[in-house]
Design a protein around this ligand. Structure first.
Ligand code: MLT
Ligand code: MN
Ligand code: ZN
Length: 319
């Protein structure tokens, strides 16, 4: 990818879909079926991740999806550089920043084994989940630093790139829910802790900046104030309607129960962003049940009419 003189940030959507991807391995919902049948209405989409660089050479992944190997294959800028220059082992992936410990955001770390140096940056709680799971020891700690990041304190995971993590309403990862219930068995699904964070990503000179928030249960006042006036926001687009998994016969959970807000509706994301004066709004982490995937469908048209875009694998944005 050639960096234009006026661009300071390059963003590549590696995976636009939520956990499971589109299609999901065991799913016969209308959209997954459409892809299985190859009817041409939709192309497959991989799971939740973006890559960002300010120099076109050092890339930072935001989340490491189970589809990471395919995502690297699909993205020439993430292939190893020429052996004459870089030797037998190289990767442009300099660091991975995690926004939570969900399977769709951490499982790809296991693919990044093989004695390659990079660093992992995440909140203390999210790193704690990795530390408690011995399978992540396949990443040799002598080569792969795990760096706990204090919320709201900028750090530089790659040259020229500054990141700040902040709490957003959400919950612990699905597989940790049992241990997170209170004495009455209740589970908090929209508390602002370091279990689920958003990322403010900018060049170190502050010339370009955007937000990446692939999981969010609610737009709190704090979050609205933080995002107001932003040039670009990539935001949780898991479901179109809170109860769509239930109405489609796919499961018993609402979007809210999964820690995600719906795009549509009075308390949905489109309404919550109204008036925040954001330059470009892109939905990402979109579940295969979400009808907004369908380019000619009503939901998609409504999304676009409200000034939003639907991300897709391979989408490139430059700031
Ligand atoms: C989510 O985004 O809610 C999770 O990825 C769900 C899951 O872990 O399956
Ligand atoms: Mn997810
Ligand atoms: Zn499906």
């Amino acid at each position: 990818m050639v960096q234009g003189p006026n661009h300071r940030l390059q963003i590549v959507v590696l995976g636009a879909a939520a956990g499971g991807g589109l299609p999901q391995w065991n799913c016969n919902c209308e959209l997954c079926r459409s892809v299985w049948d190859g009817d041409g209405a939709l192309v497959p989409q991989t799971q939740s991740s973006i890559a960002v660089s300010s120099d076109g050479e050092h890339w930072v992944l935001f989340n490491a999806s189970p589809d990471i190997r395919q995502q690297i294959l699909n993205t020439p800028t993430l292939h190893p550089g020429p052996p004459g220059h870089y030797g037998r082992r190289h990767s442009p992936i300099h660091a991975v920043v995690l926004t939570n410990a969900d399977v769709d955001h951490v499982a790809g770390l296991l693919i990044l084994r093989e004695k390659q140096a990079f660093s992992i940056h995440a909140s203390p709680s999210v790193l704690g989940v990795l530390d408690a799971n011995p399978i992540f020891e396949v990443l040799d700690r002598d080569l792969v630093a795990r760096v706990p990041e204090t919320l709201e304190q900028p750090f530089e995971p790659a040259p020229g790139l500054e990141v700040e993590l902040f709490a957003v309403p959400g919950k612990v990862a699905l597989y940790l829910e049992a241990g997170a219930r209170d004495a009455e068995g209740r589970l908090a699904t929209d508390t602002e802790t370091d279990n689920t964070v958003g990322a403010r990503i900018r060049t170190t000179d502050g010339e370009a900046e955007f937000f990446y928030i692939p999981g969010c249960a609610r737009v709190s006042d704090t979050l609205a104030q933080r995002l107001a006036g932003a040039e670009l926001v990539l935001f949780d687009g898991t479901v179109w309607q809170d109860d769509e998994m239930m109405t489609q016969g796919l499961g018993a959970k609402t979007g809210r129960r999964m820690g995600h807000m719906a795009m549509n509706g009075a308390d949905g994301t489109i309404a919550a962003f109204d008036g925040l004066d954001i330059g470009r709004k892109v939905f990402i982490h979109i579940n295969n049940s979400n009808p907004a995937w369908l380019p000619h469908g009503r939901a998609h048209k409504q999304v676009e009419a409200q000034g939003w875009e639907i991300a897709h694998d391979g989408m490139e944005i430059r700031l």
